[in-house]
Design a protein around this ligand. Structure first.
Ligand code: GDP
Length: 306
């Protein structure tokens, strides 16, 4: 792995695209004026940052340019990097102080939820924690089996029922087992699709009630997994789940598969929910704790590390 590590590698497609366009703009202008900002805003929108967030970034930049008397368009890259890192800052660590603590993982099918749970289990096991998975996506037998494979790979235990059984009952049993065995972290998978959206939201609410009742004082995280390759659609999903699910953090997957990683900035800016992890590949160690500075660096760093 090169100089910028996995996040730099995972952002390669985004960076190639982004940097080329930023350079085109900075080279095309000899001074920083309104036309320059308009061009820059367009580049940001094209990188899937989102219209609202592109405007906000340019507003921050205008202020910096004015305050610091910057006149050279080439100097804007460094400023942009700092503005983006600043916007991405938040409470990006997991709060898992109690034994047990609980992570509820939600998200629609296909976003990489199972893979993320597996990687997360391996990450926590690697820190010496005892991890138990609750296979509470009982809607599909394949989901339970898939999670079982990841549990093995990650050195985690798992509580499962048969397909079609009550997900809240799986979570209940997992908590009882977790308490009895002295587990550190219980990670609950959930269904990504049910017959209707209302069914899904009701089911999530029921699972949460069980967790709150059985572990009233435990540390709890509710993480929404989003597929970064779906761009603005990921933002819409986040908005829907935010209303219903009391999210504490986001995981953006498949950053390695998209040139539109700018969506990460838009999602953080518009929702105000911290990004806690990013997925940059399919392997067990391809989940990275989110680091705003490394992310911003990764957007601009040259591609020579590959
Ligand atoms: P689920 O339906 O949400 O549980 O999704 P899965 O965990 O089964 O993942 C769907 C597909 O996305 C699988 O082929 C995964 O290998 C792939 N995937 C998950 N995370 C990543 C990632 O960070 N990068 C890449 N390239 N692929 C990923």
């Amino acid at each position: 792995m090169g100089l910028f590590g996995k996040i730099g590698e995972g952002l390669r497609k985004t960076r190639d695209n982004f940097q080329r366009q930023i350079q085109q703009i900075t080279r095309a202008f000899t001074k920083i004026d309104e036309d320059f900002f308009e061009g820059l805003e367009e580049v940001l929108i094209m990188s899937d940052v989102g219209v609202h967030t592109a405007g906000a970034i340019c507003e921050h930049l205008r202020q910096r340019v004015k305050e610091q008397g910057i006149t050279d368009p080439a100097a804007i890259e460094e400023e942009l990097k700092e503005v983006i890192a600043g916007m991405l800052e938040g409470d990006d660590s997991l709060h898992l102080g109690t034994q047990p603590s609980v992570i509820l993982v939600i998200g629609v099918n296909g976003v990489g939820k199972t893979t993320t749970i597996g990687k997360l289990a391996a990450y926590l096991s690697g820190q010496g924690k005892r991890v138990l998975l609750a296979a509470a996506d009982t809607f599909r037998a394949a989901a339970i089996d898939q999670l079982g494979i990841w549990a093995e790979r990650a050195g985690a235990e798992m509580v499962r029922h048969t397909e079609g059984s009550d997900p809240a009952a799986v979570v209940y049993d997992a908590i009882a087992a977790g308490k009895a065995r002295g587990v550190d972290v219980i990670i609950c998978d959930t269904a990504g699709r049910l017959h209707t959206k209302k069914n899904l939201m009701d089911e999530l609410a029921k699972i949460r009630r069980v967790i709150d009742r059985e572990l009233p004082d435990a540390d709890k995280e509710t993480l929404l997994v989003l597929d970064a390759t779906t761009g603005q659609n990921a933002l819409n999903q986040a908005k829907q789940f935010k209303e219903a699910a009391g999210l504490t953090g986001l995981v953006l997957t498949k950053l390695d598969g998209t040139a539109r990683g700018g969506v990460v900035i838009g999602i953080k800016e518009e929702l105000g929910i911290p990004i806690k992890f990013v997925g940059v590949g399919e392997q067990v160690d391809d989940l990275q704790p989110f680091d705003p500075k490394a992310f911003a660096e990764g957007l601009f760093a040259k591609g020579e590390e590959t």
